[in-house]
Design a protein. Structure first.
Length: 451
């Protein structure tokens, strides 16, 4: 699942701003108050505990543990080391200290929290299944933790309020990234957002609310476009101004996909301002069937050549055979630009996801067979994720050759596989002056609701 820059930045902000309240390490049951009888050990502990510089404190703490590995103060030192490494922005040191603390205090929630944050970051950055599963296992352990007897109720409440949403978020990320279980991801993101009050849902909860909207929009049995539209709307309502332009295209795309037009969307946006979750049924009327909408579109468009490329793909994918063939008769043999995300590339062929559905599912709906092979230098650049855009960026062009409708699966909506021949990759620096084409009608055929 491709993340918005907004989601990544907000997630990083949450990780940076979360400050776990001080959780006192549990003392051995028979120790009463901490008593260090060895004067040298006591002095070493005092030197460590009075350090204020985080780096000096970590050095003193590691030296103490190396010299006195069985000290009664081990838990306290490790607990403080977690904080000191965190204050030093040393994630490896934080994880190492937290891991050792969990070996002697297996239910230490602060150690679990910091470990989860770091491993969740690794999961999100690398999409490595093992990193995701490790983070999820720790998150599940954290949700099952019980309050230590020595911890004040207020401190425990503060810590769980900070930690439990992150644990649910981590489980959701594992479900989405590692398991592609969108229903489970929806449930965990929902559990997370229910832990936030209204103000928190507009700030700390906003990035995962966006991921919840994306989880509801994924093709397959777990797709629920009405809920996707609701959460996209609420994210749009409260997102910083500079991010609204990134969110709005998806919101409008899925609204038109379900409803058939943008009428009524402002009402949904306004309703989503009032609460994180809808109070009852989300009132959005479904559109006509895709084939009916496509037929109406073609009947009302005098010149079908002006349709946007994504609209043409929609007509070919979901229109009746008569309507699809009518459009294809105009397209076949014509040269076209192919803007989109590269799914795969060889020297002789580039596979591109053009429509939003194809991008979400990471499948190619346009296949461009090249006139001449790509160079090794080109292949180093044109890798999965590379994006061909319209003017003035580098572009991909080809001549329409064949198409076929592709039935829906549990991961994709019904689509068209469109093949172009005599393709050519034109780097930005080699492009000629742009050729004037009639203005396209953006997004018209995306009124069709993919069901």
């Amino acid at each position: 699942m491709k993340k918005f820059v907004f989601a990544s930045m907000m997630a990083l902000a949450i990780m940076t701003l979360v400050s776990a309240p001080k959780l006192q390490a549990q003392q051995p049951a028979d120790s009463g108050t901490l008593s260090i009888k060895d004067p040298a050990e006591f002095n070493a502990y005092q030197m460590f505990s009075t350090q204020t510089d985080p780096k000096q404190k970590t050095a003193a703490g590691e030296s103490f543990l190396k010299t006195y590995p069985q000290s009664l103060a081990k838990n306290l030192v490790l607990d403080a080391l977690v904080d000191a490494y965190q204050a030093s922005n040393d994630s490896d040191g934080t994880l190492g200290a937290a891991t050792r603390l969990l070996q002697v205090d297996p239910n230490n929630l602060k150690a679990i929290l910091y470990s989860v944050l770091i491993k969740k970051g690794q999961c999100g950055k690398t999409s490595d299944a093992q990193a995701c599963d490790d983070a999820a296992a720790l998150a599940m352990k954290g949700l099952q933790a019980t309050k230590p007897a020595a911890t004040a109720d207020a401190d425990w409440q503060k810590l769980t309020h900070a930690a439990f949403p992150i644990f649910h978020s981590t489980l959701a990320l594992d479900d989405a990234v590692s398991k592609k279980d969108w229903k489970a991801a929806q449930d965990e993101y929902t559990s997370e957002l229910k832990l936030f009050d209204d103000n928190e849902s507009k700030s700390a909860g906003l990035s995962d609310m966006l991921l919840l909207a994306q989880a509801y929009s994924q093709p397959g049995s777990a797709q629920d476009l009405k809920k996707a539209i609701w959460f996209y709307s609420r994210v749009w309502d409260f997102a910083p101004a500079q991010y609204k332009a990134q969110i709005e295209p998806k919101l409008e795309y899925y609204y038109k996909k379900f409803h058939g037009g943008l009428d009524g969307l402002d009402t949904v946006k306004q309703a989503a301002q009032a609460s994180t979750f809808p109070s009852g049924e989300i009132k959005i009327d479904p559109a006509k069937s895709p084939a009916e909408q496509i037929h109406d579109l073609l009947a009302s468009t005098p010149d079908l050549k002006v349709l946007a490329l994504g609209d043409k793909e929609t007509v070919l994918a979901m229109g009746s055979k008569e309507d699809a063939d009518k459009l294809w008769a105009l397209m076949q043999g014509q040269e076209s630009q192919v803007p989109g995300i590269v799914i795969a590339a060889t020297a002789d062929q580039i596979q591109v996801a053009v429509t939003q559905d194809a991008k979400d599912a990471k499948v190619a709906d346009f296949i461009v067979n090249l006139k001449k092979p790509l160079t090794d230098a080109d292949l180093k650049l044109i890798v999965p994720g590379f994006e061909f855009k319209t003017q003035p960026a580098a572009e991909l062009v080809g001549t329409y050759d064949t198409y076929q409708q592709v039935p829906a699966t549990d991961k994709t909506s019904q689509a068209a596989s469109i093949v172009l021949k005599d393709g050519e990759y034109v780097p930005e620096e080699k492009k000629k002056a742009p050729v004037h084409h009639p203005a396209a009608k953006p997004g018209a055929a995306h009124k069709a609701a993919h069901k």
